[in-house]
Design a protein around this ligand. Sequence first.
Ligand SMILES: [Fe+2]
Length: 240
Amino acid sequence: MTMEYVSLPGEAPPPVPDGPKMCNGDDMRILHNAFLWGYEQAPGMVRGAPAGDTARSDFLGQWLADLDATLHSHHESEDEFLWDKLEQRAPACALHVGQMRAHHAQVAALLEEASPLLARWRATADPAVGEQLADAYERMLDVLKVHLRREVVEVVPVAERVVSAEEWSAMGDHSVDAIPKSRLLPQLGMLLANSTPAERKQFYAGLPLSVRVLWRLMGKRQYAKQYRLLFPGEPVPPTS
Ligand SMILES: [Fe+2]
């Protein structure tokens, strides 16, 4: 999904503290683009699966469960590594951080709502359950379109002034470490596929060496295979 990261009428970003940039928060936008693309696919993916085809619903459901789990890890890392620091170091940003916490609570509630529906749909491929699940994912996308955009526009510029490069990468590493490599590699493909060539290069360069090696050895192939199964007949988007 192409998201325009701008403020909408009625939204006012907090003041950005003076001083040089301490870290580069571009990776947040790159990551958010991938989540937006994923949740844009989710409702149609569920609705498009044939009724009763549990092999298909289980395969698609695993991809959706992985997306949900990674979104959860991403938010958990921000909850643990970012909000308190911003409130303490940039008090003028506290209201916006409060808004981010509230968005995270909304997303967590939707993930909780989707989780049992997803489990039932995977096991049954029942279209009535699928419809409830697709509806939850539509509401998730609505929240994410606001939250992921506002986080980049309002919070990241402040974070870049008050969070050190080491602290910023510790947050990213925490997310990466929480994700099993089997899930991380195809999701890395999704991220690279939803980035411009320049963003791709930048994000890839910032990955731990072990992940880059695994991506080259097997991740790229895993991603392409998974994409062909998810979207039969569609060309696999470039990742490099
Ligand atoms: Fe984020």
